[in-house]
Design a protein around this ligand. Structure first.
Ligand SMILES: Cc1cc2nc3c(=O)[nH]c(=O)nc-3n(C[C@H](O)[C@H](O)[C@H](O)COP(=O)(O)O)c2cc1C
Length: 185
């Protein structure tokens, strides 16, 4: 059975600093989640807790902290996920609450505002929301998307890092991560 908070087992005493450091060993991309604020203006929040979920239906998720303003504002709302290029680090900092001198260009989008010229964007209708401790998992159904080709902005060990696009001579992995047989090693 999956371990849940209902388990009778005593909770492990986790050192939060070390836990954070362990999680920071997972290198990720960086996204800005866009949505419409209370005043009707576009809002964004920097998010690296983004994941693909399902191909059919086409689902993705973002995990948003309960204490973030976006947490309340996103509930039941369509949103966009904007995957950032390496040169868009100032946007990532801005939407994480840092004071940045940066030009922000929003595009209206079909269901949600999105940033102009990210590496990729996905517009999502709300699909489900799951409680996840001090975060909520917002699952969206992708209704439209587009992608380009550029070096990506990465986040690793709590720092922004460049992620170089692969050289054309490098073949992609010979399998589809969405189509692995269940008995795959
Ligand atoms: C690289 C990076 C990744 C982040 N990822 C997340 C995330 O996945 N979920 C989240 O809730 N906050 C994340 N944050 C923090 C939010 O961007 C930050 O708290 C923001 O100011 C919240 O804005 P809001 O209060 O307007 O929603 C991240 C910050 C940075 C710099």
């Amino acid at each position: 059975m999956a371990a849940t908070s209902d388990d009778a087992r005593p909770a492990l005493q986790i050192d939060l600093g070390r836990f954070r450091a362990a999680l920071a060993r997972f290198a990720s991309g960086v996204t800005v989640v866009g949505y419409t604020g209370e005043d009707g203006a576009p809002r964004g929040v920097t998010v690296n807790a983004f994941s693909s979920v399902s191909l059919e239906p086409s689902l993705v998720l973002v995990a948003i902290a309960r204490r973030a303003r976006s947490h309340e504002l996103l509930q039941g709302k369509p949103f966009s996920v904007n995957v950032l290029k390496v040169e868009q680090e100032p946007l990532a900092r801005h939407f994480a609450g840092e004071d940045q001198d940066v030009e922000i260009r929003w595009v209206k989008g079909v269901v949600a505002p999105r940033l102009a010229e990210p590496l990729a964007w996905l517009e999502c209708e709300p699909w489900a929301e799951y409680e996840g401790g001090d975060h909520t998992l917002f699952v969206g159904r992708v209704v439209d998307f587009l992608f380009g080709d550029a070096d990506a902005l990465g986040f690793y060990q709590s720092r922004f890092v460049p992620v170089a696009r692969p050289v054309p001579s490098q073949p992609p992995v010979p399998y589809d991560p969405f189509e692995l047989p269940y008995d795959a090693p």
